[in-house]
Design a protein around this ligand. Structure first.
Ligand code: IDP
Ligand code: MG
Length: 163
C-alpha cells in the first residue's frame, strides 16, 4: 500500500496482556477493522529501549513504575498499517486511564483501574496495550523496535474492500 493516507503505527501488547492471555482478543479487533499486521515479534524490553521509547516520560514520577511494569515479562511488538492507522488504532485502544476508557475500546473492555490507585500502589497504570500517539511518534517507535527487513509487505485477500 503506497498512498499518502496509508500509515504505519507501532503497537505493543504490554506484559499484562501477554500474561492474561488476551493477545488474540486484542489483535482480533485490529484485524477485523481491516488493519494489516506488517510486523510482529515477542521481545523482552530492556532499560535502554524503554528510555528511548518513553523518552517523553523518563523524568516523570511514574516512570520507574512504568519501566518495571514493562520489564515484568515479554511484550509483543507490532506494526499495523492502514488508512490513518495512527488515529484509527488509538480510537480502538481508548483513553490512557482505564477508569476513563469507554466501553467498546480495548482499554475500556479489559481494564478498569485509576491513576490514583496506581500512584497509591506505586505501580504503572496497567492498560494492556501501547499504541503510538501521533504519526511522528509512530515513525520513531517503529524505528526503535524494528529493522526495516522485519516489516513485511503482502496483500490481505480483502484489501479490495478495506482500503
Ligand atoms: P499512552 O500510553 O496512552 O500514550 P502516555 O501518557 O504516553 O499514555 O503514558 C504512557 C504509559 O505510562 C501509559 O500507557 C500508562 O501505562 C503509564 N502512565 C501514564 N500516566 C501514568 C500515571 O499518572 N501513573 C501511572 N502510570 C501512568
Ligand atoms: Mg503515549
Amino acid at each position: 500500500m503506497t498512498e499518502d493516507t496509508i500509515e504505519r503505527t507501532f503497537i505493543a501488547f504490554k506484559p499484562d496482556a501477554v500474561q492474561r492471555g488476551i493477545m488474540g482478543e486484542i489483535m482480533h479487533r485490529f484485524e477485523r477493522a481491516g488493519l494489516r499486521v506488517a510486523a510482529l515479534k515477542m521481545v523482552q524490553a530492556t532499560d535502554n529501549i524503554l528510555e528511548e521509547h518513553y523518552s517523553e516520560h523518563v523524568d516523570k514520577d511514574f516512570y520507574e513504575g512504568l519501566a518495571s511494569f514493562m520489564k515484568e515479562g515479554p511484550i509483543v511488538a507490532g506494526v499495523l498499517e492502514g488508512v490513518n492507522a495512527v488515529e484509527n488504532v488509538r480510537k480502538l485502544v481508548g483513553e490512557t486511564e482505564p477508569r476513563s476508557a469507554m466501553p467498546g475500546t480495548i482499554r475500556g473492555d479489559f481494564t478498569h483501574m485509576s491513576y490514583e490507585h496506581a500512584d497509591e500502589k506505586g505501580v504503572a497504570v496497567k492498560n494492556v496495550i501501547h499504541a503510538s500517539g501521533n504519526p511522528e511518534e509512530a515513525e520513531e517507535e517503529v524505528g526503535i523496535w524494528f529493522d526495516e527487513d522485519e516489516i513485511h509487505d503482502y496483500e490481505r485477500v480483502d484489501e479490495y474492500h478495506i482500503a
